[in-house]
Design a protein around this ligand. Structure first.
Ligand SMILES: O=C(O)c1cc(=O)[nH]c(=O)n1[C@@H]1O[C@H](COP(=O)(O)O)[C@@H](O)[C@H]1O
Length: 294
């Protein structure tokens, strides 16, 4: 019997997924430099004329996805607002993630997970395993059990073409007592986190996949922000920062900034048009603040 060389050959390896950093770079070029948070606060549901229940949550979320997922670079659902309704709330979140990704937005799951490595592996399964119902393009993580504890998430993200955003200098004033404390290596804790992210991003082009969270509200980060990865900048809008603050806060690293806004866009609902206009205005303001290529 003639031997068929292909008959017993191993299946062709799956092509490596495109890294998150490259996908984010492309999305920002096409859609502008903005992440909109989906934060269904009870007060926003009320302001939209919705009840603070699962039906209200679902209507709110679907409206935001319909309005923005086909035009904003990144949508960031904040898991807490869905979890507070239990499994039915999480089901709304699952659907939002799938719908937003199908419409072309990158989904950054704001879950701020952080735990010992073996548990971190389970969180990585939840958000970064392509078969998971909550599979997202990226997830926020807390490095405050030690950056090394995030290793399973780093590895899972790399394998799946996903990203992580590790909390470095958060937008709330309480963060400084932990994040600016000087560690045994003589570095502020946040600086050590940023350095570890830079190591993960070494050599990546055009942008690494391992980002940091650095609040736009900071007076002066005072640490090296050049990590060759994205810098998520929450705090614009409701927390008082404006796009015009970004160059001062981030210095030369501003070219890697992804400003994140939740309430200051969401308060324009429930109309799809006003939500779109609010997001488009912010994209323009960010572009103006950063210069023409911003
Ligand atoms: O990781 C985050 O997104 C985050 C980090 C941080 O330092 N500060 C911060 O406000 N956030 C989140 O960003 C969003 C800010 O919402 P607004 O203040 O309404 O724009 C919330 O979902 C916060 O949980």
């Amino acid at each position: 019997m003639p031997h068929h060389p292909t008959a017993d050959a191993a299946p062709a390896p799956r092509p490596a997924p495109e890294p998150f950093g490259a996908r984010l770079h492309r999305s920002v070029e096409a859609r502008g430099r903005l992440c909109v948070g989906i934060d269904p606060h009870a007060s926003l549901l009320t302001a939209w004329g919705l009840d603070d229940d699962v039906a209200g949550l679902e209507r709110f979320t679907r409206t935001v996805v319909e309005a923005l997922a086909d035009r904003v670079a990144v949508l960031k659902p904040q898991s807490a607002f869905f979890e507070r309704f239990g499994s039915r709330g999480v089901a709304v979140l699952e659907r939002a993630v799938a719908d937003a990704r199908a419409a072309g937005a990158l989904v950054l799951m704001d879950a701020k997970r952080g735990d010992i490595g073996s548990t971190m592996a389970a969180y990585a399964d939840a958000y970064l395993s392509p078969d998971s119902p909550l599979f997202s393009d990226a997830v926020t993580v807390s490095p405050y059990l030690g950056f090394g504890s995030l290793r399973p998430a780093v590895d899972a993200a790399r394998a799946a073409g996903c990203g992580l955003f590790a909390l470095a200098l958060t937008s709330n004033p309480e963060g400084a007592s932990v994040q600016r404390a000087v560690g045994a290596d003589g570095l502020p804790v946040a600086a050590a986190v940023l350095r570890r992210l830079a190591e993960e991003n070494a050599g990546a082009r055009p942008l690494g996949s391992f980002g940091a969270v650095v609040g736009a509200t900071l007076a002066d980060p005072g640490v090296d922000l050049e990590i060759n990865g994205p810098l998520l900048a929450p705090g614009v809008g409701a927390q008082g920062a404006t796009p015009a603050d970004l160059p001062r806060v981030f210095g030369p690293a501003v070219r890697s900034v992804l400003p994140s806004v939740s309430r200051d866009v969401l308060r324009h609902g429930p109309g799809v048009g006003p939500l779109r206009e609010a997001a488009a205005r912010l994209v323009d303001e960010v572009r103006a603040a950063l210069g023409t290529d911003g």
